[in-house]
Design a protein around this ligand. Structure first.
Ligand code: ZN
Length: 214
């Protein structure tokens, strides 16, 4: 298999990928393909998936692609060294087509098996960079992935741990409270608005309890 993007380095410290970061391109698939392979752009991802479900492998999974930028998750920084990046061709407003989601699911199953990555370590770009990024956005169907064991989805519980504590245990990096709340809702409760409430606290506490560091 050939990997056409020159935009990669070695994973720093020789670490193995332990996270998957999902993105949308915000531009067309053809434009994204060119850009992710253009040395002058200095960006890349391991995979780009078209709207019709074609999976383009751009960087070898063993290498460090340049998709995540500044941010953090579960106390890790340099997310590029620790992750595999997947770009979905999507403008941020359209739904993600069934064929594209099916292709993503097949790819995730392979990646997660190959590197022993658990479901709670499949995250969105906005999760790890809540002050800078909004992709893959409120239209991305995280629950669909979770139902197949490819990501996580909260159950409604009664626990009301402080939201900040839960978000930190889930993995969110330090950021202003409003940015972290917005990132959490974009993924798990995109129809919600207004200030933090008991449902946010219950959902986040449930995820922290099930997937936090304990
Ligand atoms: Zn992104």
């Amino acid at each position: 298999m050939s990997f056409p993007s020159p935009n990669f380095t070695e994973r720093r410290g020789g670490v193995l990928p332990s996270l998957v970061v999902i993105h949308y391109t915000a531009i067309s698939c053809d434009e994204a393909h060119s850009r992710l392979c253009d040395p002058a752009a200095e960006v890349s991802a391991h995979y780009l998936i078209s709207e019709t479900g074609t999976v383009l492998a751009l960087v070898d999974e063993r290498h460090r692609a340049w998709h995540a930028g500044a941010g953090g998750w579960v106390g890790l920084d340099d997310i590029n060294s620790h992750s595999i990046g997947i770009e979905l061709a999507n403008d941020g407003a359209a739904p993600f087509p069934h064929l594209q989601m099916t292709a993503l699911e097949g790819l995730l199953q392979q990646i997660m098996a190959r590197w022993a990555i658990p479901a709670h370590r499949v995250i969105g770009h906005s999760d790890m960079a809540p002050t800078r990024k909004i992709d893959p956005g409120p239209h991305f169907d995280w629950r669909r992935l979770a139902l197949q064991g490819l990501s996580v989805w909260p159950d409604r519980g009664d626990c009301e741990m402080p939201l900040a504590d839960s978000l930190t245990q889930i993995g969110y990096p330090d950021a202003p409270p409003e940015s972290r709340l917005a990132a959490f809702r974009r993924r798990f409760r995109p129809w919600a608005s207004g200030p933090e409430d008991a449902i946010d606290r219950a959902l986040a506490a449930n995820l922290a309890d099930r997937f936090g560091p304990g």
